[in-house]
Design a protein around this ligand. Structure first.
Ligand code: SF4
Length: 460
C-alpha cells in the first residue's frame, strides 16, 4: 500500500504514478493477486487496476496515462472477499464534490454492522474495504476528514488506510496499529505514505515517522495535519517480524532483519542439535539461519535454491496452486547436502505442506538427517486482522502436538522458538503486540459471524 502527494506544480517532474509503481513493486510480497493505482490531477481521479502482479498490470504506456500530483496504490491478497477484479483496490466512490479512492491493508471484524449503515444495493464489491469507502464517501460539507472522524471510531479490526479526494491525501491507522504504516518525505518536496519503510527507501524518501495508532493525517498544499480519532492501544502484529515484512524494513524502530537474526541465535540455544550444516528455507528463513549458525558454531550453507519469481506459497488462495507452488519454488543443491546432517531453518509452519515437501526433497537429494528449526512458535490460531491463515482446522498446529507435526513432516527433529524468546528478540513490549495466532488471545474481540472470508458473498 502506497500513497504520494507532491505540489501540483511539480506533478510532471515527480511522476506520481511511477513513484507509486516502484513503491508497490517494493511491496509486492504483501499481496500478489491484484494491483491498482488511482491518480488525481486536482480535478479528476482516474483508477487503473487489474488482476496480477504489479509488473503484469502496469506498463509504461498505462503509467503515462495516469497523470497528476496525488496517487494511491495497492497490491492485494484477499482476506475478506474473493480475489476478483471488483474486489481489487483502489476502491472508488463518487461523492457530492467528486470522488474518493481508497486502499486498505488489514481486515475489519465488524463489516456486517458497518454494511448495515448503507442503503441496500449500494455495494458493488464484496470486501470490507468497499464498505469503508462507501461510508467515507457519504460525507457532507466536512469532506472525508469529517466522515473519517465519524466512521473510524466505530470501525473495528485492522486497518491501515490511505485515501484521497481530488486535492488531499489522507492516511489513518486503527487504534491498535496492527498493520504498519509510515510517513516519508521526498527530497524535492512532497510526502509519501507506505506500508513499510523499505518502500520509502526505494523511491528515495526519508522516513519521517510512523502514522500513530488512532491517528488521521491529511496532506495537501497546507502541509501535514494530524489529529486523533481514537486513543492509541498499540497491538502491532508480531508476525510482521517473523514473516510478512521485508527484512530491510524497520517497524516501531526495530529492524526486521536484526530481529530475525536474533531469533535464530535464541533458537539455537533453545533447540541445539549435532549437525554438519545449517541451511535456510530461502529467503524468509535466511536471517534466522544465519543467527542459528552463528550461535551454534555449525557452518552456514546453501542447500536449497529458490526461484525468486514464484510467489510466496501460503499467500496464494487455493490449495491446488499452493501444492504446485512448492515444487516450482525450491530445488535442492545435491552436491552441497549429500551425506550431511542438516539443520533447516524456516520462519513458520502454517499448513505443513511446504516443510513436508522440503524434508522429502532433502532426503531424496541424499541428506543423512534433517532437523527442522522454526523461528516462530506454532501457528495454532487463525488471524482475523489481515493474514489469511484460514480456519483452525487447516493449521497443522491447530490440533497436532510438536511431536505429531515432526512425524507428519518426516523430520528427524523439530524445534520452535518459544513465544517469550520471539517477543524478547523483537524488543517490543509484550502488551504492545498482537500474538493471537500463537497464543489465541485476540486483542480486538472477534465475533463468530465476522469470521468468514466470504461473509459479504452469501446469497450473491
Ligand atoms: S493474529 Fe498473528 S498474524 Fe494476525 S495480527 Fe495477530 S500476530 Fe499478526
Amino acid at each position: 500500500m502506497f500513497g504520494v502527494w507532491v505540489p501540483a506544480d511539480q506533478a510532471s517532474r515527480a511522476e506520481v504514478s511511477k513513484l507509486t509503481y516502484y513503491g508497490l513493486y517494493a511491496l509486492q510480497h504483501r499481496g500478489q493477486e491484484s494491483a491498482g493505482i488511482a491518480v488525481s490531477d486536482g480535478s479528476r481521479i482516474v483508477v487503473f487496476k487489474d488482476m496480477g502482479l504489479v509488473a503484469q498490470v502496469f506498463d509504461e504506456s498505462v503509467l503515462n496515462t495516469l497523470r497528476g500530483h496525488i496517487a494511491v496504490g495497492h497490491c492485494r491478497y484477499s482476506t475478506t472477499g474473493s480475489p476478483t477484479w471488483e474486489n481489487a483496490q483502489p476502491t472508488f466512490r463518487s461523492t457530492d464534490e467528486g470522488g474518493l479512492a481508497l486502499v486498505h491493508n488489514g481486515n475489519l471484524i465488524n463489516t456486517p454492522e458497518l454494511a448495515g449503515r448503507l442503503e441496500p444495493g449500494v455495494l458493488t464489491a464484496t470486501t470490507d474495504t468497499e464498505v469503508l469507502t462507501a461510508l467515507l464517501a457519504l460525507h457532507g460539507e466536512g469532506g472525508p476528514t469529517a466522515a473519517a472522524r465519524e466512521i473510524l471510531p466505530d470501525t473495528r479490526g485492522a486497518y491501515s488506510l490511505v485515501f484521497m479526494d481530488e486535492g488531499t491525501l489522507y492516511a489513518a491507522r486503527d487504534p491498535e496499529g496492527v498493520r504498519p504504516l509510515v510517513l516519508g518525505a521526498l527530497e524535492a518536496g512532497g510526502w509519501v505514505v507506505a506500508s513499510e519503510t523499505a518502500a520509502l527507501d526505494i523511491v528515495g524518501a526519508r522516513l519521517v515517522r510512523e502514522i500513530e495508532p488512532g491517528e488521521l493525517v491529511a496532506i495537501d498544499g497546507a502541509g501535514v495535519r494530524s489529529e486523533r480519532f481514537a486513543k492509541a492501544r498499540p497491538k502491532g502484529c508480531l508476525f510482521e517480524y517473523v514473516y510478512l515484512a521485508r527484512p530491510d524494513t524497520t517497524i516501531a524502530g526495530r529492524s526486521v532483519q536484526a530481529t530475525r537474526v536474533e531469533v535464530g541465535r535464541r533458537l539455537a540455544r533453545e533447540h541445539p542439535v549435532e549437525a554438519d550444516m545449517v541451511i535456510p528455507t530461502p529467503e524468509s528463513g535466511t536471517p534466522a539461519a544465519i543467527g542459528y549458525a552463528e550461535a551454534s558454531g555449525i557452518p552456514y550453507g546453501q542447500g536449497l535454491v529458490k526461484n525468486s519469481y514464484v510467489g510466496r506459497t501460503f499467500i496464494q488462495p487455493s490449495q491446488t496452486i499452493r501444492k504446485l507452488g512448492i515444487r516450482l519454488k525450491l530445488n535442492p543443491l545435491r552436491e552441497a547436502i549429500e551425506g550431511k546432517r542438516l539443520v533447516v531453518v524456516d520462519d513458520s509452519i502454517v499448513r505443513g505442506n511446504t516443510q513436508r515437501a522440503i524434508v522429502a526433497m532433502l532426503r531424496d537429494a541424499g541428506a543423512a538427517e534433517v532437523h527442522v528449526r522454526i523461528s516462530s512458535p506454532p501457528v495454532s490460531w487463525p488471524c482475523f486482522y489481515g493474514i489469511d491463515f484460514a480456519t483452525r482446522a487447516e493449521l497443522i498446529a491447530g490440533d497436532l502436538s510438536v511431536e505429531e507435526i515432526r512425524d507428519s513432516i518426516g523430520a528427524d527433529s523439530l524445534g520452535y522458538i518459544s513465544l517469550d524468546q520471539l517477543i524478547s528478540a523483537s524488543q517490543i513490549a509484550k502488551d504492545n503486540l498482537c500474538r493471537a495466532c500463537f497464543d489465541g488471545v485476540y486483542p480486538i474481540p472477534v465475533e463468530q459471524d465476522a469470521r468468514g472470508k466470504h461473509l459479504l458473498e452469501v446469497g450473491r
